[in-house]
Design a protein around this ligand. Structure first.
Ligand code: FO1
Length: 337
């Protein structure tokens, strides 16, 4: 039996070998939340080569439910990039059945968080992995390999971090706020529990140091709920500020409306102006460029006053071709910065 220390040493040397192997191939990092960000990640996955794209995913939405470890944003990326996602719903798997949930209801087990029969296998696999002592990074890599995903899906951290939403009905965990209460409570603040104790995942750390890193892309995910947990990990915001490659933001807002989820509602409740300039200001210290929709061209001057260069395009991604077009625009824009 290998001791925990020798296992860790083997893992570290494996990571170093991989790190050296990556050299030479241009690397991209995409910071990503769930459904909204995954759309661009899919476009980037199509446009870039095998293992060129490193998708660093928010894990502060993770929680334990009915005894299972659930990583909703990682699941969304795994299913989206393997083409097994439920395209209408945004989260969960295609061709899903709900027998487990129905049986839970019969037994009076809480059923506000829907676990489909196929999806359940992912949570069982992850829970078993944790019980065997694997990290979230290792478990995610195993699932991604099984699903033949060509990009790397990297949890932001292997340590637990939890988003807590302060609301008019009290403190809620993220899934309680988002699913149980359908984002209806009024938000007064957002906290990331355990963020000070968490370290960045080794692969995330490695790729940030990678000489062949070309650009960092902030996907059109919720800046406050999905990207901020990643930026709030120890030193990440500072490293992005100091890094020698372009950092590009894709606006999650078009014409004052969020592409997905409660972004605008939360901005209103936190007394922020609901436009692309607020997003530019949120990222101004770390980003070099921002892509906004053609409909928001009137804000170019105000965004450029924050120090960011702008590119306008169609950023609403309904079809696969929209996702590919935007991904190509992002890569093209990064080369001009
Ligand atoms: N979102 C919902 O709106 N309702 C659900 O019942 C639900 C179940 C669920 C199960 C597994 C999983 O990986 C994700 C699930 N999601 C569900 C999505 C998830 O709550 C959110 O999309 C993200 O946390 C926000 O990015």
């Amino acid at each position: 039996m290998l001791s925990q220390t020798s296992k860790k040493q083997i893992l570290q040397s494996k990571n170093k070998i991989k790190h050296v192997m990556n050299k030479g191939m241009n690397q991209y990092i995409a910071l990503c939340g769930g459904v909204g960000g995954a759309k661009l990640a899919l476009g980037l996955d199509h446009v870039l080569q095998q293992e060129q794209l490193n998708i660093v995913v928010n894990t502060a939405d993770d929680f334990q439910h009915l005894g299972f470890y659930i990583s909703p944003d990682i699941d969304t990326l795994l299913y989206t990039l393997s083409g097994t996602n439920n395209k209408e719903q945004g989260w969960g798997r295609a061709d899903e059945s709900w027998n487990f949930m129905a049986a839970c209801k019969t037994l009076g087990i809480e059923s506000w968080f829907q676990l489909g029969d196929r999806d359940l296998a992912t949570h069982v696999f992850r829970t078993q992995g944790y019980k065997q002592g694997l990290t979230l990074s290792e478990i995610t890599k195993k699932i991604a390999q099984q699903l033949q995903i060509k990009s790397r899906i990297i949890p932001m951290s292997d340590d637990p971090v939890s988003t807590i939403v302060n609301t008019d009905i009290g403190k809620l965990t993220f899934q309680e706020y988002f699913v149980k209460h359908a984002c209806s409570p009024r938000v007064s603040g957002i906290e990331f529990e355990n963020i000070d104790k968490a370290t960045v995942a080794t692969e995330f750390d490695n790729v940030l140091n990678e000489e062949s890193l070309n650009a960092i892309i902030l996907c059109p995910s919720n800046p406050f709920l999905s990207i901020d947990p990643i930026l709030s990990l120890h030193n990440v915001r500072k490293r992005l500020k100091d890094i020698n490659v372009p950092v590009i933001v894709i606006s999650p807002i078009v014409n004052g409306l969020a592409m997905k989820g409660p972004t605008v509602k939360i901005m209103q409740e936190l007394d922020m102006a609901c436009d692309v300039v607020t997003i530019a200001n949120f990222y101004a210290d770390i980003a070099d460029g921002m892509i906004i929709d053609n409909q928001d061209a009137e804000f170019i001057k105000a965004i450029e006053a924050t120090g960011l260069k702008t590119h306008t395009d169609n950023i609403i991604m309904n079809t696969l071709q929209d996702k590919i077009n935007l991904a190509e625009a992002v890569i093209g824009f990064s080369k001009t910065l």
